[in-house]
Design a protein around this ligand. Structure first.
Ligand SMILES: Cc1ncc(COP(=O)(O)O)c(C=O)c1O
Length: 382
C-alpha cells in the first residue's frame, strides 16, 4: 500500500457519479467569439472574456490572444499550458505535472486537496506562508515541528493517530537559506506510511546534477510524493507547478480549489516559463557561477564570523537580532551602493531580524568581494 493509494478509490467515486473532471486542450489562437479544439471551431459560450478584450489584446508581433479567458477546466487550458507541463515534467523526471497561477496558489490548493478532517499534517516551523495557509485551510490537525528538528518530528508523528499523515517542508528555507534534511524526512515518511510533500521554490534550477532541486541533490526523489516548484525564482517567470504521479495530478485537477476556480495563466506566460526551463537545461554555467559566488561569500563572511562556515545556499542571512540595528546596517549598505533587505518580524520571529543576501548568477566576483568588505567594516564599527 503506497501513501497515495487512497486517491484511486476517491477517483473511482468521482467516476461512478460522473463527477470526474478531465482537462480539454484548446488551440492557442482563436477568432473572437469562437474557440478551436483539435482543429474544430466552435462558437464559445464558455468564456469570461465579457467585453472581448482578451480576444483583442496581443503582444507585438504575436497572433495569440493574451488573456486565457477562463479557468483551466472550462476553456482556459491551451496547447501552450500542455507543452509547458510536459516539458516541466521531463525536466523534473516526473510522471505528471500541473500548472497553478503561482507557487502560493500551488501550496494553498494542494494541501487541502490531500488532507482534511481526521488527517494530520506535520509542518516545519519555518515553512513558507503559503504552506502555513494551506495547512490552515485543510481542516486537518496541524503539528508544527521545530525547525529542522527530526527528533521532534519523529516524536510527534509516532504519537499521533490519523487517517492520513502528511509531512510538508520547504527544501531551501527562503529566509534562513538553510536546507531540510530530506534523507531523514523521506525515511520517516516511509516508516510511517506518510505522504511527503516538498516545496523546491528556491532550489529548482540551481541544485542537483540536472538542476531539479535539492531532492535530486540528496538522491531522494523516489521517496517524495508531491513536489511544488515555482517559475518565479530561478526560472525567471511566474506561475507555480506541482509534479508527481498521474494519479496525484488527476486528483488535484479535480480538487485543488486554487486551480479549479481560478483563471489559467496567459499563453505568453507559459511560453516565457518554458524558455526559462530551457535556459536552465542548456546552460549550467549560470548555476556553476552562482554556487562559486556562494562559496566565496560564505568563506569571507565566515572568516569575519558573520555566518557559519558550512552555510549551504545562495541565500545568505546575517543574523543581527534587533530591528533597529538591522535597519541601520541595511541603510549603511544602501549608502555604500548595496541593496540588502532587512528582514524583520513577522517574516522572522521576534528578536531574529536579519540581513538577507540573495546571490544571483548576474553578480560578479568583484561585487561579492566589495559587499564582503563593506560588511566587514560595518560590523567592526557596530
Ligand atoms: C518556499 C516558497 N514557496 C512558495 C512561494 C510562492 O511562490 P510564488 O512567488 O510563485 O507565488 C515562495 C515565494 O516566495 C516561497 O519562498
Amino acid at each position: 500500500m503506497q501513501p497515495l493509494d487512497w486517491i484511486d478509490d476517491e477517483l473511482d467515486v468521482l467516476k461512478a457519479t460522473d463527477a470526474l473532471r478531465t482537462i480539454r486542450t484548446r488551440d492557442v489562437s482563436y477568432r473572437p467569439g469562437f474557440i478551436s479544439i483539435a482543429g474544430q471551431e466552435l462558437t464559445n459560450f464558455s468564456s469570461n472574456d465579457y467585453l472581448g478584450i482578451a480576444a483583442e489584446l496581443k503582444r507585438d508581433g504575436s497572433d495569440q490572444q493574451w488573456g486565457s479567458g477562463a479557468s483551466p477546466l472550462i476553456t482556459g487550458y491551451t496547447s501552450a499550458h500542455k507543452t509547458l507541463e510536459k516539458c516541466f515534467c521531463k525536466f523534473k523526471a516526473s510522471e505528471s505535472a500541473m500548472l497553478f497561477s503561482s507557487g502560493f496558489a500551488a501550496n494553498m490548493g494542494t494541501i487541502p486537496a490531500i488532507v482534511s478532517n481526521g488527517d494530520a499534517v506535520f509542518s516545519d516551523a519555518r515553512n513558507h506562508a503559503s504552506i502555513i495557509d494551506g495547512c490552515r485551510l485543510s481542516n486537518a490537525d496541524v503539528f508544527v515541528y521545530r525547525h529542522n528538528d527530526i527528533d521532534h518530528l519523529t516524536e510527534l508523528i509516532t504519537s499521533v493517530q490519523a487517517r492520513r499523515k502528511l509531512i510538508v517542508t520547504d527544501t531551501l528555507f527562503s529566509m534562513d537559506g538553510d536546507v531540510a534534511n530530506l534523507s531523514s524526512l523521506s525515511q520517516i515518511a516511509d516508516d510511517q506510511g506518510a505522504m511527503l510533500m516538498i516545496d523546491e521554490a528556491h532550489a529548482t534550477g540551481v541544485y542537483g546534477k540536472n538542476a531539479r532541486g535539492l531532492a535530486e541533490e540528496a538522491d531522494v526523489e523516489s521517496g517524495v510524493h508531491i513536489t511544488v516548484s515555482t517559475f518565479s525564482k530561478a526560472l525567471g517567470s511566474v506561475g507555480g507547478v506541482v509534479t508527481g504521479t498521474s494519479q496525484l495530478i488527476n486528483w488535484l485537477r479535480n480538487k485543488a480549489r486554487s486551480y479549479v476556480y481560478s483563471t489559467s495563466m496567459p499563453n505568453g506566460v507559459c511560453e516565457m516559463s518554458l524558455a526559462g526551463v530551457e535556459i536552465v537545461q542548456s546552460d549550467s554555467n549560470r548555476r556553476t557561477h552562482l554556487l562559486a559566488l556562494r562559496d566565496r561569500l560564505v568563506s569571507r563572511l565566515a572568516t569575519d564570523r558573520l555566518i557559519e562556515e558550512n552555510h549551504p545556499s545562495h541565500i545568505v542571512p546575517i543574523r543581527i537580532g534587533a530591528n533597529d540595528k538591522t535597519l541601520s546596517l541595511s541603510q549603511q549598505l544602501f549608502k555604500a551602493g548595496f541593496l540588502v533587505a532587512a528582514i524583520r518580524p513577522p517574516t522572522v520571529p521576534d528578536g531574529e531580524a536579519m540581513l538577507r543576501i540573495g546571490l544571483t548568477a548576474s553578480h560578479s566576483v568583484e561585487q561579492i568581494d566589495a559587499l564582503a568588505d563593506v560588511l566587514s567594516i560595518a560590523r567592526s564599527q557596530a
